[in-house]
Write a protein that binds this ligand. Structure first.
Ligand code: SME
Length: 151
């Protein structure tokens, strides 16, 4: 499905107030994973209270050991401090990378801002080499802006 067709579905899911925030975030992960062929693992990490670490809130895909990620560690931890999108076309070429599954070839992490503060991120792993473009960045920025509205 095209990003432009997914956007209204993301909005519908997030602004359906009867479900918990975690359930709504999970439904967004499911929507993205089901409809974008190269999105194999989709999850949301958030800053864990006052700690300098990320905590996995919800995800769709293979189970991961990396529920807690210290700031600065891996692609996710780097985005927590850089405040910038990070596209990794080839995870094996990265020094500071935390492997979740040998099948993963590439990754994109886009920070999530609330009132100008980097409070979390959406993380996508792909089993396809080098699939992410600026279109993924713009789409995931849109998703995060919509998520921020319900937090
Ligand atoms: N690869 C990430 C770790 C999280 S998993 O992708 C679920 C990283 O390097 O931060």
């Amino acid at each position: 499905m095209l990003f432009k067709d997914l956007k209204p579905k993301v909005v519908d899911i997030l602004h359906t107030n009867s479900n918990s925030i975690t359930d709504r975030l999970h439904a967004v992960c499911q929507l993205l994973s089901d409809n974008i062929e190269y999105y194999d693992w989709v999850g949301f990490y958030f800053k864990n209270g006052d700690k300098e670490e990320l905590k996995l809130k919800t995800y769709v895909g293979e189970e991961t050991d990396h529920v807690i990620i210290p700031f600065g560690k891996g692609i996710c931890g780097q985005v927590a401090v850089s405040n910038e999108n990070f596209i990794v076309p080839d995870v094996q070429a990265q020094d500071n990378y935390i492997a979740c599954s040998f099948k993963v070839k590439s990754e994109i992490v886009v920070p999530l801002f609330k009132d100008g503060e980097n409070i979390g991120q959406i993380d996508i792993d792909s089993e396809t080499p080098d699939p992410f473009t600026d279109k993924d960045e713009r789409f995931l920025e849109f998703v995060n802006l919509e998520v921020a509205k319900i937090l």
